[in-house]
Design a protein around this ligand. Structure first.
Ligand SMILES: [Zn+2]
Length: 398
């Protein structure tokens, strides 16, 4: 067994008071013990272990980005570009994405759309990268949003077949493009539903057969309403758009809250500067209305799309202060709450004995400066320790 004993100035466990100073013991891929340093049990104190001292750092659970695209690589027309590339090239893009995410302290991602036959789960062990919850191939219509990824369905039998194939491929979620999007052009309108009510109901029913939750890409209000009616589990983007403006439906907002549907508004590091079709002032107001109604929001960046690199998740988090969250609230939102929302809190999201050893160390105290989250000095993914390239081992060890 490989034992690491890490002592830090403070530990935010995500499920109790701050431990200062605190110690965490990692045994192989799991957390074996966490507590105040002075209480380290003799069993561990005397163990032959690698000891790491971080006297000026804070340890906390690894970050969770609930909406990424590992295979997109920042290309402006990802589905088109992916069709023209090779399987090896896509695999290389995914590996690079996972390395960037890991070195930025993101230890779990939900990958919401991958091309035909290629996704993280089919590529085997990715050098101890982040945990990947994958939606594999998203369902869409002919000529619709991300149709180039290979998930075009029309008849009930097509729907059942693709959902079953995704489940067999290791899907953790089923992704459905309820409306069109902005990156794909053609027949895809972000303001309009792509499927009929009956098709969408069939998709949700097919996912349930395999015990899988459904994530719905939905911009326009008509699509959001349709997705909520069909009983999806998460709404991605949820921008309440219409062809000529916005149309936030308070009745539907109430239903989203009542049904405990997650909303992942895909806020990236540039969201505050957005001035075009979706200015931040409008977005902020929509999000406040949803929060006031009790809707559960979950952070995610849509990284992999243009201008949204995988390593800037932590840069997006301070923007949540505009919605009234404190720094401590935001850390919870990006760790323990995200794990609960994604149904993996039995695995990760808190520093608790028995959970996966997914943690980061950041300089200083992120509860007083969220900027600290952008520069992790140590990242553990299931017990594998990484020292991101902008730091050296010397300055993280005693
Ligand atoms: Zn996306």
């Amino acid at each position: 067994m490989t034992i690491h004993i890490i002592e830090a100035a403070r530990i935010l466990t995500g499920c109790g008071p701050t431990l200062a100073p605190g110690t965490v013991v990692l045994a192989d891929e799991r957390i074996a013990w966490v507590g105040q340093s002075e209480g380290l049990p003799a069993r561990w104190a005397g163990a032959s272990a690698e000891r790491i001292g971080l006297p000026e750092a804070t340890l906390l659970p690894g970050l969770i980005d609930a909406h990424v695209h590992l295979s997109f690589g920042g290309d402006p027309r990802p589905p088109v570009a992916l069709l023209a590339t090779t399987r090896m090239a896509v695999a290389a893009t995914i590996h690079a994405a996972l390395r960037q995410l890991r070195d930025a302290g993101i230890t779990t991602v939900r990958d919401l759309g991958a091309p035909r036959y290629i996704d993280a789960s089919t590529l085997g062990d990715l050098d101890a990268g982040p945990r990947v919850l994958t939606a594999t191939i998203p369902l869409t219509v002919a000529g619709g949003h991300c149709a180039g990824l290979g998930g075009v369905v029309t008849e009930p039998a097509d729907i059942d077949r693709l959902v079953a194939a995704n489940a067999a491929r290791g899907a953790d979620w089923i992704k459905v493009m309820v409306t069109g999007g902005f990156t794909t052009g053609g027949r895809s309108s972000p303001y309009e539903p792509q499927f009929t009510d009956a098709q969408l109901a069939r998709i949700v029913a097919a996912a349930r057969v395999h015990g899988l939750p459904v994530a719905a890409h939905a911009h326009g209000t008509a699509g959001i309403r349709q997705a909520v009616g069909a009983g999806v589990d998460s709404l991605e983007h949820c921008t309440w758009m219409s062809a000529d403006g916005f149309d936030l439906d308070h009745e539907v907002v109430r239903e989203i809250a009542d049904r405990r549907i997650l909303v992942c508004p895909t806020i990236n590091h540039q969201a505050r500067e957005a001035t075009g079709r979706l200015p931040w002032a409008v977005r902020r107001e929509q999000l406040r209305v949803m929060l006031d109604a009790g809707v559960r929001l979950i952070p995610g960046t849509d990284s992999g799309i243009p201008q949204t690199p995988h390593y800037q998740y932590a840069h997006s988090l301070p923007i949540w202060t505009d919605l009234g969250y404190s720094a401590s609230d935001i850390i919870k939102l990006a760790t323990s709450s995200a794990a609960q929302a994604l149904r993996i809190d039995h695995l990760t999201g808190t520093l608790t004995a028995g959970r996966s050893a997914d943690l980061i160390a950041v300089p200083g105290d992120p509860t007083s400066d969220l900027g600290a989250l952008t520069a992790p000095v140590l990242v553990a993914t299931a017990g594998h320790l990484h020292y991101p390239a902008n730091t050296t081992e010397e300055n993280t060890r005693p």
